[in-house]
Design a protein around this ligand. Structure first.
Ligand code: CA
Ligand code: CA
Ligand code: CA
Length: 277
């Protein structure tokens, strides 16, 4: 006795082979899932309104610059374009210590296409700069023999006395050699409608409510709604069959919900630039 009869019926190595097959299959599936979810960074918080420019911002989970930009595009924007000191300060104040975590922040700045020629991934002109010149940034090197083609805002305490918080540094796209994990900041300009044929189209944000309006270009009269109130899905949306120009109508899109995150400072519905045919 003492012998397990079931064990005796097994072929030698059979159970191990099954186990190995299952583990390899499982590992393969895990790898597939990991590949699928690693394409985009996640969303840590947002959207948050910057009252100074009417743009909305998201803080992403720590990820590569490329995966962070992929999420930014899916949200209808890009990694943030810093246009001036005020926007740099607002981004730092809002996100660099979010949740009491010290965070270096990816911005939409890269020289991946042409070494040393930095530009905004949004396509906006590169005018304002805030490089950490004390350490010679952008230097394309952390001394590790790798390229540094992606810009980030340095955290308050980088551990390097010549690399100061709120200034910019260039880093490899995985953030290697940056002292802390790097988090993407997304900027979305929610109200940039266009006229396409007889349609007015714009990029919507999830959960935001919009109303398209028109009036004659030279009228002091009221705005008229056309089309229904739209609840954003994150996709582009078009209101069809705009009123025809006789002689000329103008159009705009307004936010309908004042309960938007961070929107309490708005005293009246936010509206888009006027569109003219
Ligand atoms: Ca900006
Ligand atoms: Ca570079
Ligand atoms: Ca650098």
């Amino acid at each position: 006795m003492g012998v397990d009869p079931i064990a005796e019926t097994r072929l030698p190595g059979y159970g191990r082979a099954i186990t190995e097959f299952c583990m390899k299959t499982f590992a393969f599936l895990i790898a597939l899932v990991a590949t699928a979810v690693s394409v985009r960074a996640g969303i840590e918080t947002g959207p948050i309104l910057n009252p100074a420019n009417g743009h909305y911002y998201y803080l992403l989970t720590s990820d590569t610059w490329t995966n962070s930009e992929a999420q930014a595009v899916s949200l209808g924007g890009h990694l943030v374009t810093i246009n001036d000191d005020a926007e740099n300060a607002w981004v730092v104040d809002t996100f660099a210590h979010y949740g009491n975590v010290m965070r270096p922040l990816w911005i939409g700045l890269t020289d991946r296409d042409s070494e040393g020629v930095f530009g905004w991934v949004s396509g906006q002109p590169f005018t304002y700069q805030n490089w950490n010149t004390l350490s010679g940034e952008p230097n394309n090197s952390g001394g590790g023999g790798y390229e540094e083609d992606f810009g980030y805002i340095v955290e308050e305490d980088s551990g390097n006395p010549s690399l100061l918080g709120t200034f910019w540094n260039d880093a490899p796209e995985d953030g290697q050699a940056v002292a802390h994990p790097v988090y993407g900041v997304v900027e979305v300009e929610p109200l940039t409608p266009e006229i396409k044929g007889n349609n007015v189209c714009w990029n919507t944000l999830p959960g935001f409510k919009y109303q398209a309006q028109w009036k004659p270009a030279h009228s002091r009269g009221p705005w008229h709604n056309f089309g229904p109130v739209i609840t954003g899905t994150g996709e582009g949306f078009c209101v069809t069959d705009t009123p025809r120009p006789r002689p000329q109508f103008i159009y705009r899109v307004i936010f309908m919900n004042e309960e938007l995150p961070g929107a309490s400072s708005l005293s009246k519905p936010r509206r888009s630039p006027l569109l003219r045919r």
